[in-house]
Design a protein. Structure first.
Length: 468
């Protein structure tokens, strides 16, 4: 029986463990913080639970045109409030429940779980330092490293867990911050800025780039920034934080150009650092890049024979879905099952702002740069009948296809629940469907997905030439 040792119990680790057990391996998972990893404990599950509350408030607040009236308050007023302590208690309860669900799932498959930290002792052994103080030596035929990452902080902006916070620490707040300064306008920063703005907090978003969400579709990012501004958020573009200081019951953020921004709290969202230090990588011959991320190929192999890696510690694409797929691919490959290399062009991703941004496949930037030959169409949701019924004014659908063949190669959806709406585009890309095949599939009337079919219909002739 093949002995598999997995270090880290996040999506990359526990999904790999389930596959390995299914294929008949003897599996042991060494986990430090709790099964589910940061995706369950401190990132995806808690943040999207917070976003769900913010989304509900936004829907009520902006429902005046639908004829909704809230007893004792105007929906357009700021009278709708939130009990932050209760929200955070719900967040923590869901986190615990989800982590426990993962552990029960592993137990049902007879997967051994050791609570503690693991480090490599050469290419075929893991030393587990258990939380009860014991030490266990685990010999392995296959090792998977899925140690994750942690929030990056600035040298002159050290979190204190009270006023200066990382995204892992906001769930200990008992009251809504009076003025939250969010440093960083990437996905994490934008999501939290939008959420706290919806909860009723005065939010200042410090963005070092020309626009928020610099890595996203430019049209989509413009929609989100316009919505942020309309809802009262202050967005400081081309601004970089130099230091963050706690002053009394507040914080002072000093920008590199000398400007000063004052607030009650500061949330740092400036990227992640891989958890790869001190785990024996050098001794085992595992190579890392200049930022400390473990280098892997498309089947999750590291530079050391028999050692694989998955998830945020690889820096490939920091999504729970990608981590899980990397872990599964690693076990399929290591244990001799059929396997397909990781294809990032098939990955769907979502920014959970309001509205959401969902993307899959080749992007507008790829097309504009000439990296891929494709034509596209952009269809605003303002003309969609279901959007009109629901009072949706912002958002659009973009669809890209190959000229000549019409095969769908990419898409962007900006809308409420875009995370759900992107799936038919994802299916079209993975199935190599043409725009005509997408257009000929029935959609419900009225529905937001009707705009995806309409976009495909509009590409019927445009797919013949990139110049049309």
């Amino acid at each position: 029986m093949t002995r598999v040792v997995i270090v880290g119990g996040g999506p990359g680790g526990y999904e790999a463990a389930l596959v390995a057990a299914q294929l008949g391996a003897d599996v042991c998972v060494v986990d430090r913080d709790g099964l589910g990893g940061s995706a369950v404990l401190t990132d995806c599950v808690p943040s999207k639970t917070l976003v769900a509350t913010a989304e509900a408030i936004t829907q009520v607040r902006e429902s005046g045109e639908l004829g909704l009236r809230v007893a004792g308050a105007s929906p357009d007023s700021g009278d709708i409030s939130v009990a932050v302590a209760k929200v955070n208690a719900r967040v923590k309860a869901l986190v615990r429940a989800q982590s426990e669900d993962v552990e029960r799932q592993l137990q049902r498959e007879d997967i051994r779980v050791l609570h503690g930290t693991g480090r490599l002792d050469g290419p075929d052994r893991v030393i587990a330092h258990l939380s009860d103080g014991d030490l266990e030596v685990l010999d392995a035929d296959v090792i998977l490293l899925a140690t994750g990452a942690h929030p990056r902080v600035l040298p002159d902006a050290q979190p204190d867990g009270e006023r200066i916070l990382t995204w892992e620490q906001v769930y200990d707040l008992d009251e809504l911050p009076e003025r939250m300064i969010v440093v960083g306008s990437g996905v994490t920063g934008a999501e939290f800025a939008g959420a706290y703005n919806a909860l009723g907090c005065d939010v200042v978003l410090v963005s070092s780039r020309d626009r928020v969400l610099p890595s996203e579709d430019a049209d989509a990012a413009t929609v989100i920034e316009d919505v942020f501004t309309r809802r009262g958020m202050t967005v400081l573009s081309r601004s970089r934080a130099d230091k963050v200081q706690r002053v009394g019951d507040g914080v002072v953020v000093t920008l590199t150009d000398g400007r000063v921004v004052e607030g009650s709290h500061c949330l740092l969202a400036v990227g992640s650092v891989p958890n790869t230090a001190g785990i024996g990588l050098e001794k085992a011959g595992v190579a890392v890049d200049g930022q400390g991320f473990i280098e892997v190929d498309k089947v999750s192999r590291t530079s050391a024979r028999g050692i694989y890696a998955a998830g945020d510690c690889t820096g490939v694409l920091m999504l729970a879905s990608v981590a899980a797929m990397q872990g599964r691919i690693a076990m399929w490959h290591a244990l001799g099952d059929a396997v397909q290399p990781l294809d990032l062009e098939l990955v769907s991703a979502t920014v959970f702002t309001a509205p959401e941004i969902a993307t899959v496949g080749w992007s507008q930037a790829d097309i504009d740069s000439g990296r891929v030959q494709a034509v596209g169409v952009k269809l605003p949701l303002a003309g969609n009948p279901r959007a009109k019924m629901q009072g949706i004014h912002e958002g659009f659908v973009k669809l890209f296809c190959r000229p000549g063949t019409g095969i769908v190669v990419g898409g962007v959806v900006v809308a409420p629940r875009a995370s759900e709406l992107i799936h038919p585009v994802s299916l079209a890309i993975s199935g190599r469907l043409t725009v005509d095949q997408v257009a000929h599939a029935f959609t419900v009337y009225p529905s937001l997905t009707g705009s995806i079919a309409e976009s495909a219909r509009r590409l019927h002739l445009r797919d013949q030439s990139p110049d049309r």
